[in-house]
Design a protein around this ligand. Structure first.
Ligand code: TXA
Ligand code: MG
Length: 321
């Protein structure tokens, strides 16, 4: 938690400071042409966990990665032909959900463990300057508390997030005022995932085809299917101790001798959130290799980031379809 949130001026000094703070793993709100984003280094697990903590988001929804140019996009994602044609709207209020490269270097929390990544090249000059100066991927949801409306001025950002983030780069009011339009792809078929600042008609006119609405049976909107994030072994939640034939996913100190990984030996929720996806995957691998079919998971308190951690664990523990 920060004492006060710095307001940074929209000049070279302000942008340089904002980039330094991002590099140090701090949270910085910045203007885009749609709404203000709450930015963190998308490669830094702890920084990204901080976004969910600052917003009090009860779920690890995947985040949009902001980049300065198409060269940067190609380093972390691949572009199906239809997606490539839509890049004509960049920079601008359009987000594309693209197949993520295995070596993207992104934190698992950014993509919520998905194989895809949402990417946007914003048009706002301050956002572009900041992204160029930072020279890396910036994860940023809208800079509001969870459940509140998206902020379109630096004052709005501070109303919700003052003392919760390091700084806000003040660029005055946002021009578009609503979030970006999100388009995903089923192979080459374009899907409208969220209506927003770029008109659907404009997109359809450029492609010469209609946007489809996602089939609700398919996993296009993440987090909707309860068991989407299930590992191959089963999970037993809120366990006080593992049985002899279980592995243990810990939180806080313990001295069990079964195969184990500890989300946070000191019971720090932010550290636990930062480790969650990687440890679930790793313990799944370790358990499977030793023919262990169940992981017992320590209780995680239902406060702060504990809500999102428990939400994700419950999805992983839900019965398979
Ligand atoms: O204009 C905007 O889009 C603003 C500015 C800051 O860029 N950002 C924004 O982010 O609205 P947020 O986190 O509030 O909304 C991101 C949306 C979420 O609904 C999320 O589910 C979706 O993007 N999303 C992110 N990654 C996804 C993925 N891999 N597949 C499907 N949807 C994804
Ligand atoms: Mg939002």
């Amino acid at each position: 938690m920060n004492k006060t949130t710095l307001t940074l001026s929209p000049d070279n000094a302000g942008i340089t400071r904002a980039a330094e703070l991002l590099r140090a793993g701090s949270l910085v709100a910045f203007p885009t042409e749609t709404v203000y984003g709450l930015g963190a280094d998308a490669r830094n697990d702890l920084a990204v966990a901080g976004i969910f903590e600052a917003k009090s988001r009860p779920r690890f929804n995947p985040l949009i990665v902001h980049l300065p140019d198409i060269e940067a996009v190609e380093k972390i994602a691949t572009l199906p032909e239809t997606a490539r044609r839509l890049t004509t709207f960049w920079p601008g209020p359009l987000t594309l959900v693209l197949p993520r490269r295995p070596d993207s270097g992104l934190s698992d929390l950014v993509t919520a463990g998905l194989e895809t990544v949402a990417i946007r090249i914003p048009a706002h000059p301050l956002a572009r300057e900041l992204l160029r100066k930072f020279n890396g991927p910036v994860a940023a949801p809208s800079a509001n508390l969870s459940g509140k409306v998206s902020p379109t001025t630096a004052e709005h950002v501070l109303e919700g997030l003052n003392t919760r983030i390091a700084a806000v780069l003040d660029g005055g009011p946002c021009g578009v005022g609503l979030e970006s339009t999100i388009v995903g792809f089923d192979d080459n078929t374009p899907l409208l995932l969220r209506a927003g600042g770029l008109g659907v008609e404009e997109i359809e006119a450029h492609l010469g085809q209609k946007l489809h609405t996602p089939d609700s049976q398919k996993i296009t909107a993440p987090g909707q299917l309860k068991s989407h994030y299930a590992p191959s072994v089963t999970l037993r939640l809120n366990a006080t101790a593992p049985t002899k034939i279980e592995a243990w996913l810990g939180f806080g100190p313990h001295d069990f001798t079964v195969p184990t990984l500890n989300l946070s030996p000191t019971a720090d929720l932010r550290e636990a959130a930062a480790n969650l996806f990687a440890y679930m995957r790793e313990l799944d691998r370790i358990a499977s290799a030793q023919s262990i079919t169940q992981i017992a998971v320590a209780p995680i308190p239902m406060t702060s980031l504990g809500l999102a951690i428990n939400d994700r664990l419950e999805r992983a523990a839900a019965p398979r379809p």
